[in-house]
Ligand binder design. Sequence first.
Ligand code: 8OZ
Length: 362
Amino acid sequence: MTSLFDPIRIGDIPLSNRIVMAPLTRNRATGGVPTPMMAEYYAQRASAGLIVAEASQISPMAQGYLDTPGIYSAEQVAAWRPITDAVHAAGGRIVIQLWHVGRISHSSLLPDGAAPVSSTNRIANTQTYTRDGFVPVSAPRALRDDELPAVVADYRHAARCAIEAGFDGVEVHAANTYLLEQFLRDSINDRSGPYGGSIPNRARLLLEVLRAVSDEIGAGRTGVRLSPLTTFGGSSPLDSNPQALYGYVVEQLAPLGLAYLHMIEGQTGGERHPADAPVFDYAALRRAFPGAWMVNNGFSRAEGIETVASGAADLVAYGRPFISNPDLVRRLREDAPFNTLRADKLYGGGAEGYIDYPFLPD
Ligand code: 8OZ
């Protein structure tokens, strides 16, 4: 029987165990540039089999919240390098999540006060966090089809930057209401032409991005994250047929040879089996995908162990437990108690509630 604590190789990346630190937005990068404190934060958590570093904008137009890091400029690459070095020195592996927020942004965060861009002109019913606190997102501008090659090129460039910064690979963020999901779902994408309408058209941008990133850095260093049933209180309504949409996506991804697929089950940060969600067959998708299968969303210790032992998944990603427990792998192994999460220190601020959570004593 396979154990959560057993090593695994995902694509080109060997991992010492199957426990993954999920990507977690912490808003501690100043002006989009990672800070030295982030090296300590990630190195503290290097006993994870894999760290997926927080969602990082691939271009200035890809940003949607204050003080999230970027991965597109020489300054950002230089600032990420000590972070990846610190994780590697501590024996860990780290990939970075490539992020374009699309319409989940505010003009005050964008170059020259530009409107956010999306698949649609329709505004999302949600808020973002800016210098002025929480504000409604700005009305987006629908990207023209002839602008999409530049978006794909930005993903490619960011993937190259990630490798230059010393990351072991990248995870393309195609979940949680952001740009790629804004193209995928017929509840948001109201385009006509090659990127709207049919499922193959709505999946086109995601597939172009994954082909470009795989071509740039190798499919064995590329993963993808999906959230078929996440609605965030209706701000990102479900597709009319999630099983068909994500079934097509996985079928098209299968031949690319990606390192892994990261599946958020249920409602991100909420119920893994939401009562109001349509029946969804994750196992059918898993059977269609030849790479490593990573699951996420509120797994307990027992559920993580059982999920890997049964073969239902190869890896389990933990989010909030990794914030408050830098030594989460040891705590899972020893069935030790967890530290209490300080929810008021999640987004922004300094060292408090970031790098000061205690380790188990020796
Ligand atoms: C929490 C706050 C801001 C952004 C996601 C990148 O949900 C995020 C995010 C999470 O994927």
